[in-house]
Design a protein around this ligand. Structure first.
Ligand code: UD1
Length: 381
């Protein structure tokens, strides 16, 4: 029988830990009747932003790399679209899976819905002349349309056939937008599958000694969002908060290439007590998160990882598309003022002291549930 052809798309650092559990589950439970193709768009391309993650997550080398690289939003999106259209024309998959909210996600979703071919499983496709489009991590909303990721989420969800969600509030967001309920599946959070699987490797990593911090006696900061690092006034305010906190507790700052470039361009230096390092691999990052006294971040994924690990998290943003990390987890929204960040840290620490929860279905088995949904949809198509 012709195997079911499933394409998994990943483009940027936060995508890799979301496709890995789906890949593992398909390989383990359906290797004999499913062919999985991993397409890397090349949106992120530095070893430290990409290859190291494939190694840590035990993912094979991508079958296809579109090598789109960095560019303006329009140019990057356009390059992904033309490259991905060629891949779909050649491979004619039955199912395309996109994850998260980066430019590659929306670009590949748009291409998929406009394809016109007979999928490989031809006779079984029920007249459908394009692949089934599944979006993993659907329904998250910051309600801030100045965020490029929010636009990517809205576009991708509006055109997906299957919307796989990590939390119940995402289901409610989708229903409120008029998405048919039978397209939505609450499957839990695949990021947490990757986290649980890699905790043992993280425990034996020597990263703390290498970067020069002591378990429990440092804070961790990640900072890369354009709204925080592209405007020198905002960046100066955040650096002032970090400096104030680092006067008592050192802060490890693995620097995203965008942030490094902005610091250089603006001629800004970090205060004493801030330990600036290169970006870390997935396993290293997990270890420094687990052992941090607290985390300051503007990342989406880190808000979830700290909630899963019960580590105090201060989010340097005015909003979050992941409210469950606040209502149940260890996260506090602090904004980007110096005072707000310092006060947010005290609030997050007292929140953790009084006890937080890991959200429903963040249990390490989301990949299996996602694989089951994909197989059922692909077989029934
Ligand atoms: C992208 C995602 C963001 C995600 C982040 C995680 C979009 C719109 N944004 O933002 O949601 O949180 O990834 O990292 O998709 N660069 C390198 N090497 C790389 C990749 C990037 O040096 O491997 C530098 C380049 O100067 C580039 C800049 O980082 O111009 C921005 O990269 P880009 O992929 O456009 O967006 P991110 O800021 O990484």
């Amino acid at each position: 029988m012709t195997p079911l052809e499933i394409v998994l798309v990943a483009g940027a650092r936060p995508n890799f830990m979301k496709i890995a559990p789906i890949y593992w589950a398909l390989r383990e439970h359906a290797a004999d009747h499913v062919r999985v193709t991993i397409v890397h768009t090349g949106q992120h391309y530095d070893a430290k932003m990409s290859d190291d993650f494939f190694r840590d997550l035990e993912l094979p080398k991508p079958d296809v790399n579109l090598e789109v690289g960095s560019a303006s939003h329009a140019a990057q999106t356009a390059r992904v679209m033309t490259g991905f259209e060629r891949v779909l024309d050649e491979r004619r998959p039955d199912v395309v899976v996109v994850v998260g909210d980066v430019n590659s996600t929306a670009a590949c979703a748009l291409v998929t819905t406009k394809m016109d071919y007979e999928p490989r499983r031809g006779g079984r496709s029920g007249g459908r002349r394009r692949p089934i489009l599944a979006h993993v991590e659907a329904g998250l909303r910051s309600r801030d349309r100045a965020m490029p990721e929010e636009i990517n989420r809205l576009v991708t969800d509006a055109i997906s056939d299957l919307l796989l969600t990590t939390c119940r509030d995402a289901d409610a967001n989708l229903i409120a937008e008029g998405i048919a309920e039978d397209k939505i599946r609450f499957v839990g959070n695949p990021m947490i599958d990757s986290l649980r699987r890699s905790l043992a490797a993280a425990a034996s990593s020597d990263v703390l000694a290498r970067v020069g911090v002591t378990a429990g006696a440092y804070g961790l900061c990640t900072l890369h969002r354009p709204s925080n690092v592209d405007d020198p006034r905002t960046l100066v305010e955040i650096l002032a908060a970090l400096g104030e906190i680092a006067a008592t507790t050192p802060i490890l700052l693995p620097l995203h290439p965008r942030t490094r470039a902005r610091l250089e361009a603006f001629g800004l230096a970090t205060a004493a007590g801030i330990v600036v390092r290169e970006p870390l691999s997935y396993v290293e990052m997990l270890r420094v998160t687990r052992d941090a006294a607290f985390v300051l971040t503007d990342s989406g994924g880190v808000q979830e990882e700290t909630t899963a690990l019960g580590v105090a998290c201060v989010t340097l943003r005015e909003n979050t598309e992941r409210p469950v990390t606040i209502s149940e987890g260890s996260n506090v929204l602090a904004g980007v003022s110096r005072h707000g960040i310092v006060a947010g840290l005290a609030a997050a620490r007292s929140k953790v002291a009084s006890g937080t929860r890991v959200p429903e279905l963040w249990d390490g088995h989301a990949g299996e549930r996602i694989a089951a949904v994909l197989l059922a949809a692909g077989e029934g198509a």
